[in-house]
Structures are given as C-alpha cells and as structure tokens.
Design a protein around this ligand. Structure first.
Ligand SMILES: Nc1ncnc2c1ncn2[C@@H]1O[C@H](COP(=O)(O)OP(=O)(O)OP(=O)(O)O)[C@@H](O)[C@H]1O
Length: 300
C-alpha cells in the first residue's frame, strides 16, 4: 500500500517547549485517520507540519513521498482549518470560483455545490454574512476546490449543531467512497470511532495509542454508573466490586467508573445499595485523557 504521509522521528520545538517529540507514523492511501488528544497534545502542530506550514525541528516529513512544501504536493492537498477567514466582501460563489482558479484540475462548480449543499440564495450571500455553519461549509468547499487526494479537517464540527454535524459526516463519507485519504482532528471520541478507520492518540507531543477504533476504545473508553444516595460510606463498598476502576463523588452524585456497567449494576442491586436516580454514562474523553496522563503508557 502506498504511504501518503510519512513521519520519521519528527520533533517540533518552540523555544524550550517540545510540541511534537520524535513521532514516527505512516498513513496509507485511502484511509480515514482521526488524530485525537487533549488540548496542547500536539495535534495542530502535527497537521501543520503535514501541510508544510511548519518545518520540523528534527526528523523528516514526507507527503506523497516529497516535501509537503513542494507545489506539486500542495496541489494534491486540501485543508479545512479552524477559523479560516476568507475574503469577506466576496460572494460565496465568487470565493469558490477564485479558489478553483488556483488549481490546474479543480472540481467543477456543480460538483462543489453538490458536495457542500449550497443553495442558490446562499451562493449569492457575502462570505461575512454567513452563519457559523455556512462558513464551515464554505471552508469545506474551499478545501475540496482543487479535487485533492489528501484532505485535512482540523476540528471540523466544533460549534455545529447535530444536523450540521450529521451532514458534514455524510459529505465526508462521499469523499471516502471516492478513495480520498482523510485526516481529521477531534476532541470527540465518538466521532473518531464513527468515522475513522484508525485513531492516533496524542499526549504531550507523543503518540500514546495508534490503532483501530474498536481496539482503542476497548482500552481507553470507560463508562460510569452514577446515582444519588444517603449512604455516606457507599464508596468503600463500591470499590470492592469487581471491574470497578475508580469511584468518586461529584455534584451530589456517586460515580463508579467501570469496564462493565452491567456487572456493577447487578452488584449494586444484589448488595441492596441505597441508590436512587441511577444513570449510565459514556466516559468523557477528558476523563480518559486525565486517566491516561496519570497511568502508565504501557496500559494501552
Ligand atoms: N507557535 C507556537 N509557539 C509556542 N508554542 C506553541 C506554538 N504552537 C503550539 N505551541 C505549543 O505546543 C504544544 C502543542 O500545541 P498544539 O496546538 O499542537 O496542540 P493541540 O493538540 O492542537 O491542542 P488543541 O486541542 O488545544 O488545539 C502546546 O503546548 C502549545 O502551547
């Protein structure tokens, strides 16, 4: 399989701060990869080096087997980054036309409209009059204007409502079917799980997990059983249950973090624990990250 992106011992330092630390990875043609990690993990820096926007301090970055700075490479890459501001005074159609003109074999206007779902009245709007969701769609159109083989989305769904999110991922599915290589960053484990074939998890500038979503999830995603109780001693009892990772109290509720919510619930009932308003919650990624940064990396 052809490697589209290749990092060999890549390091990026900003003064004394090491943002990316000796990272090696290869991304194969046609895969959809999610780059996940807490704030400051090095995701954006990694993507910036893939895009040739930043030079590594050490190691080698290759995209399509060349430096990402080469024009021939740039022509094959599309990126939707956070907060792209585009020529506000132009109308949507004009901005898209302008971006198309930068490329030797752009997608047709019709294809771009179909991919982004812009209506005729929206195409006539000035870019600065667009809603947040429409702006994101414009960013999507601009990323695809050159009919790229490799596409980057940096936190593409932040601030979008559920419908806009669903539509965004439907559009990405179309690109996947066309055999594009797609790399996106996200804070949402669920999105990474639903839409990628591979998750690369960053922490402190290093890769701490890399694999299929199911494998990663099994290792990092925990769920919790939570409830209200008047029994102040309950945590001690809960900690003795099998499969319990940890317990804590927050906002007048007891949380039992576990790899097996069914078993914990059964035990709660069996032991007659005073538990009211029981709920099961998917572990928050922040909590997982917190856990990861304090636990040994070999646990993954
Ligand atoms: N231009 C810069 N100058 C100095 N430090 C930087 C610069 N860019 C990034 N950093 C630092 O490098 C580290 C990695 O930052 P990066 O933006 O890559 O993280 P991230 O995983 O994308 O985080 P977020 O989820 O918050 O976007 C952080 O500690 C950040 O403060």
């Amino acid at each position: 399989m052809e490697n589209i992106v290749q990092f060999d011992q890549v390091t990026k330092k900003f003064g004394k701060k090491t943002a990316v630390n000796g990272v090696s990875l290869a991304i194969e043609k046609g895969t959809t990869v999610a780059i996940l990690g807490p704030n400051g993990a090095g995701k954006t820096t990694t993507i910036s080096m893939m895009l040739g926007l930043m030079e590594p301090t050490g190691g080698a970055v290759k995209v399509f087997d060349k430096s990402p700075k080469e024009v021939a490479v740039r022509n094959r890459i599309g990126a939707m980054l956070q907060e792209t501001s585009v020529l506000d005074m132009l109308k949507v159609r004009e901005v898209i036309e302008m971006f198309r003109s930068y490329y030797t074999s752009p997608l047709s206007m019709e294809e771009l409209i179909a991919l982004t779902g812009f209506k005729e009245d929206e195409l006539k709007k000035r870019a600065n009059k667009l809603s947040g969701g429409q702006k994101r769609r414009l960013g999507f159109a601009l990323a695809l204007a050159g009919n790229p083989d490799l596409i980057f989305f940096d936190e593409p769904t932040v601030g979008l409502d559920i419908t806009a999110r669903r539509k965004f991922w439907e559009r990405v599915e179309t690109l996947k079917l066309q055999g594009k290589t797609i790399i996106f960053t996200t804070h949402y484990l669920q999105e990474a799980d639903d839409f990628s074939e591979r998750i690369i998890l960053f922490n402190n500038g290093e890769i701490i997990a890399d694999g299929k979503p199911d494998d990663i999830k099994r290792n990092i995603a925990t769920r919790s059983v939570s409830f209200q109780t008047d029994d102040k001693e309950v945590i001690v009892l809960l900690q003795s249950f099998d499969d319990v990772i940890r317990c804590y109290e927050k906002d007048d509720r007891i949380y039992v973090v576990t790899s097996n919510t069914d078993a914990v619930l059964a035990e709660i009932f069996r032991q007659g624990v005073d538990a009211k308003d029981i709920a099961i919650e998917q572990g928050r990624l922040e909590e997982v990250f917190e856990h990861l940064t304090t636990e040994s990396k070999e646990a993954i």
